[in-house]
Design a protein around this ligand. Sequence first.
Ligand SMILES: C[S@@+](CC[C@H](N)C(=O)[O-])C[C@H]1O[C@@H](n2cnc3c(N)ncnc32)[C@H](O)[C@@H]1O
Length: 209
Amino acid sequence: MSDTPQKIVEEAYDNIADWYLAWVEGQNSPRESYTDKVLQNAAALSSSKPRILELGAGAGVPITRMLLDRGAQVVANDISAKQLKLAAVRCPEATLVAGDMLALEFEPASFDGVVGYYSIFHLPRKDQKTMLAKIHDWLKPGGMLAFNLATMDEEERSTGSSWATACFGEVGFEGVEAEELEAGDGKLGEDDPDFGVKFLWIAAKKRSI
Ligand SMILES: C[S@@+](CC[C@H](N)C(=O)[O-])C[C@H]1O[C@@H](n2cnc3c(N)ncnc32)[C@H](O)[C@@H]1O
């Protein structure tokens, strides 16, 4: 029997966790500015200590740490046990939840914001829409989701802003902002794994009541 896509990803990240940590510490990306949008939006919802879910948190840097330092209560998920072990050292205050993000269960309307960087696109496309619907259910009305997608998905189909906007609309999000940005502002060396790669960055809100 062949492994599921999730099992393959889990094993890959268990194997490259130390390499990825060293690499990510030298990377600039829009993660911080998108996380800032989520935190500012949560503040406007008047949560003094917002509850934020991070999907595919990796080793907890830079974003789990940023969320904690900005006063959020963080639930950080990852499918790779090795990644979560690294996150536990860097982010002991976070609640770490191991496992496939698609299998997570939370109370409806229990998060002020959700982020998931370089992670949700590892799911097959049919599961990405299911994931968006689950996130929508977990968000409080007016809560924001921010994440990025590869512009080419795992099935080699393009994931443009029109796909994202349509998909988000069907799930029930509004105010969808989507922009395609080249990794590292186009300044990466040819030996960087993200050289020449573009990502679609997205922020969207659950409709307020
Ligand atoms: C490229 S890393 C990104 C880590 C971190 N979010 C960042 O921005 O650096 C992708 C992470 O997503 C996790 N991941 C991939 N598929 C997942 C799934 N189905 N459920 C939970 N985590 C997943 C991987 O284990 C890995 O830690």
